[in-house]
Every structure is written in structure tokens, then in C-alpha cells.
Design a protein around this ligand. Sequence first.
Ligand code: MN
Length: 381
Amino acid sequence: MIQSISILGSTGSIGTQTLEVARKLNLKVTALSAYGSIGILEEQIREFHPALAVVFDADRAEELKIKIADTDTKVLSGMEGLLEICHDDSELTVNSVVGMVGLAPTIEAIKAKKNIAFANKETLVAGGELVMNAARENGVRLLPVDSEHSAIFQCLQASPPDKKIKKLLLTASGGPFFGKTADQLRNVTVEQALNHPNWDMGAKITIDSATMMNKGLEIIEAAWLFDTDPDDIEVVVHRESVIHSMVEFTDNSVLAQLGVPDMRIPIQYAITYPDRVPSLVPEIDWKTLSKMTFYGADEKTFKCMSACKRAIKKGGLYPAVANGANEVANALFRQYKLPFLEIGELVSAAVDELNVGSATCLNDVVEADRMAREFVMSHVK
Ligand code: MN
């Protein structure tokens, strides 16, 4: 088992839970990074003594330098700092950055031949082709942290060498608005959308879960990670979030991975793979679980999901467009500047109306992302 990790995005939901796992497993933490939350980052530095800490925001990095002048931790800022983390001497880089900003560090870590525990889905969605090609060329392993993809990855450990997969069954909680009609969703508030029934997550992904953009992103993520035709990926709404996803094989036998909805299981598995060790997560209480329910997904009401499917089928830079449009629309909704249903309308329109080519380099992805962001901004009064 590995002994050391570095974390890109250590103050967010996945980052802080990764440190809980690191504490439990007695791992050395060599580097940490945050966008601007230097209060939490300082506490983390004082507990884990990383050699390097990066604050994306330059002004806040200067503030942190003063706060931790009594420690041996070096402080850097900006993208330069994030790229520096990718070259440190940890055995595994945990990428738990939120958003496309994680793409350049991901490519950098791969070039440095670092295995990556991957929680930064936007990066894989926007730059999937580049990331997967680079990983293959450098013999680097991308270990999924997203609970659905970890579940599929775990189920695949029992598959024959040539896989014989018929389809991947991605489970979805359905979010807070499952069963609602478009009419009922017209006036939902940010507060209602942030109230997720099963998972305690960051704000961006919680809204993505309410719009089901999250599941759309995960379809694309699964297509890349498991080299699967998007038509062979089916979404199953499973309200209890106990089954985290399934794999159906050629013989119609289905394997599922189950557990209480707690990200510390997939985080820990990405770190200990292929081994398993005791975790902080409680067992499933089968007596109180009593039932599991399953439904189809409502793609007509939750337009983000079908837009993502169209994007991955169109290929090239269209997934980057879907993601970029959503990153802006999601943020605008959280700032009370966009009605809830407009998120799906704008992501759909961006995928259908913009013209983009294929992803040959990092700049192509950045450019498609920029076009999508502009497209959304130009449609908002
Ligand atoms: Mn997920």
C-alpha cells in the first residue's frame, strides 16, 4: 500500500474527507492546496506538516505565508503552484479540485508519471481524450473517486480479462426534485436545490445533482474511464443511494457495489487499491434499510442529462462545451441570477448551437470552454 499522498483541492468536501482517510491510514501528506480558504488550510498544515501548500489566489497566499511563518511549509500560488504539486515526491496525487481548472494539473501529474485518485469530474469531461491518451502513454493509473465510478471499478475487478461487459448501470439518487414536473420546478429556490436527500457535498455538485447535470457529467466520465459506448451506459434512479452503480455482463449477470452513502469508502479504495483495510465508514444497517427502489430517469424534465449524452455522442470538444456552459449557469443560479430550469435550457442550447472541432491540445479545450461560457453569458440579461 502507498504511504504518501498530495492533494489538489484539500479544503473542499472531498479534500477534507481525504484527509480523514489519510489520518486513519497514517499517510504522509506531502502537499495541500486551496482556492482561497486559508483558515482551513492553515489547520490542515499544522496537523499534516506538508512540505508545500498552494493557494490559488495570490493575495490569500501572501496572507497564509505570514500566518504559517513559524512552520517549515513552503507556500506558492496560482496555476504555477498547482503544477509544482504534481512534481512532488508523493506516491499518489489526489485531484479533488472542482471545475475545469483541474485539467492542466492533471496532465502535468500524468507527465510526471504520478497515479491519480480522480475526483475532478469536470476535467475528465472537458479533456477526456487528452487525459486518457496521456495516461495510456505514460502508464499512469486513474483511480476513480466518484462513488458511481468507484463502484463500477470495483465490480470490474471480478470481470474476465476481456471484460465481456454489456452495459454500465449508473445509479442516481434523483436529487431533491425527483418526480417533479417542469411546471413545479419553475420557481425553485437555491436553498431548495441545495437540500440533497442523501449526500452531503459541495455547493456546485449539489446543484448539479438537482439539475441531474451531475449524472450527465458522470455518463461522460464513465465513457472515458471505462472506454464504453455512451449508448451502453444506462441511468437507474435509486433513491436510497445504497447501490453505488452496477455492471451488467454479456450473460445478463449484474454485479453491484453497495455501502452507506459516504465518500470515504471510494476515497479510501482509490488509495489502498487493490487492497482493502478497515475504514471510518459504518456498515449498512440491513434491518433499517428495509427496501431499495428503482426508477427510470426523466430526461425530458432534466434536460442537462440528455444534453450531456448528445455532447459525448457528437464527440470532440462538445463535452467541454456542455461542462463550460454548466459551470457558468450553475454559478449564476447560485448567485440568484438565473432561474433553475434555464440551466438545462442553456446547456442544451450550447451543445446544439455552438460549432467546435476535436481536442488536439489543452488550448483547444480551454477555447471550447471559453466559447461555452461566453454563450451562456450572452443569453443572460
Ligand atoms: Mn457521483
